[in-house]
Design a binder for this molecule. Structure first.
Ligand SMILES: *Cc1c(COP(=O)(O)O)cnc(C)c1O
Length: 408
């Protein structure tokens, strides 16, 4: 047996049974994932795949990445026992994984530092990225500044108006913000435009995608850059509690912070319940929501086969959420797979419930959570009171809420 096959067998044996044999292979998670892009992009994605898997194992690359994660991003982030929140909800012990304490206030920088470092290794000169609310644009602009690379960020004109402070931040850090006024003038149109631009510049340009979505190798690569969250969490909870948690809860937009915290626990999914929380917006019936896994259908979107919000004719429907980061009609293919296999459960939380949780955490703990993370917290607020005091819940606090205080 070849060495690679042995390794794969070993990796797969930690999952539950045969059905995992094809997991993550060739960019497919079961039937989900893949590369569904115009032919001209295929070679760029192959080049990226080849380089990513090469540098992933490269000692120097790993050392540099760890250096920047520690000294620039501020890792490891704490796992904090939220005692007053736990007492107030009156059930399980609740821990917060403090991704809100990362540089720029969210987990997104874990991924952009990794990808821009890779782009530099690959000898690329230019960085492009899409952004919706501007969080990923800001994180990419920062990483591009850090590694002295030129950066263009594509952003819908509607989002430019809604998120002016992030536009200012990107420009301050030297990025050029390119206005996209096609379609709904929001995130999905910005992705389309960034992909279109990339087609014309694949030789010298690196496209930094912001979540575990898009064609292979992005879902796998972005997950690998975010897995640091789960690895730290596992070690920290073992140090503090001496055992694994009973629940891990995280919000799901594209799915990067959630897969990051879940991934090292997938092999423990028999005892650790993993729950992803989508945006229920104004309610499922209102059609104003972002619950793609819960209420979308299978389809191809932004280069991959996954779940997507679409109408009866397969046209993409707009998502809606009070939190910009969950306002996306697609979701990562790995989540589609984990849902179908029943390994992770996906629930949804309404805008109103998220707002309530936003206030509760602020007043109980003096921590203002992002609206996105507030969805995970709102789910915990429903769950915790029904559990015994010896149960342990970990919530991934994906970001801080400073960006959200002017909205309400
Ligand atoms: C972007 C963002 C999200 C949603 O993205 P995922 O890829 O699903 O993690 C969640 N929380 C915060 C704070 C964000 O900025």
């Amino acid at each position: 047996m070849k060495k690679d096959e042995k390794k794969l067998k070993k990796a797969n044996s930690s999952f539950r049974g045969k059905e995992y044999r094809s997991y993550g292979r060739n960019g497919y998670f079961g039937e989900f994932g893949g590369i569904y892009v115009p032919e001209i992009l295929v070679s760029a994605l192959k080049e990226l795949e080849k380089n990513y898997f090469k540098y992933k194992k490269d000692k120097k690359f790993k050392e540099e990445l760890s250096f920047y994660l520690k000294n620039y991003v501020g890792r490891p982030t704490p796992l904090y026992y939220a005692e007053r929140l736990s007492n107030r909800l009156g059930g399980a012990r609740i821990y917060l994984k403090r991704e809100d304490l990362c540089h720029l206030g969210a987990h997104k920088i874990n991924n952009t530092v990794g990808q821009v470092l890779l782009a530099r290794k690959m000898g690329k000169k230019f960085i492009i990225a899409e952004t919706g609310a501007g969080q990923h644009g800001v994180a990419t602009a920062a990483a591009a500044a850090l590694f002295n690379m030129s950066c263009k960020v594509f952003m819908g004109s509607k989002d430019i108006k809604r998120q002016s402070s992030n536009v200012i931040k990107m420009k301050l850090m030297g990025a050029e913000v390119i206005e996209v006024s096609s379609g709904s003038k929001t995130l999905k149109d910005a992705v389309n435009e960034a992909l279109r631009y990339w087609v014309s510049r694949v030789d010298d340009t690196y496209y930094v995608l912001g979540s575990v979505v898009g064609p292979h190798p992005y879902p796998t690569m972005v997950r690998d850059f975010q897995v640091i969250i789960g690895k730290e969490t596992k070690k920290q909870i073992m140090d503090i509690e001496g055992r694994l948690p009973d629940y891990i809860i995280a919000c799901v937009g594209g799915g990067s912070n959630s897969i990051g915290v879940f991934y090292p626990f997938l092999k423990n999914a028999d005892s650790v319940k993993l729950i992803g929380v989508e945006a229920g917006g104004k309610g499922i019936k209102s059609k104003k929501h972002g619950a793609t896994l819960g209420y979308g259908d299978k389809g191809i979107f932004h280069g991959a086969f996954s779940y997507v919000l679409q109408d009866d004719y397969g046209q993409i429907e707009e998502a809606y959420s009070i939190s910009a980061g969950l306002d996306y009609p697609g979701v990562g293919p790995e989540h589609a797979y984990l849902k179908e296999k029943g390994i992770v459960k996906y629930e949804y939380i309404l805008d109103s419930e998220a707002l309530e949780a936003f206030k509760t955490l602020s007043v109980c703990e003096g921590i203002i959570p992002a609206y996105e993370s507030s969805h995970a917290l709102a789910y915990v607020a429903k769950l915790a009171p029904s559990l015994d005091k010896d149960k342990v819940i970990i919530v991934n606090l994906s970001g801080r809420g400073d960006k959200d205080i002017e909205n309400k």
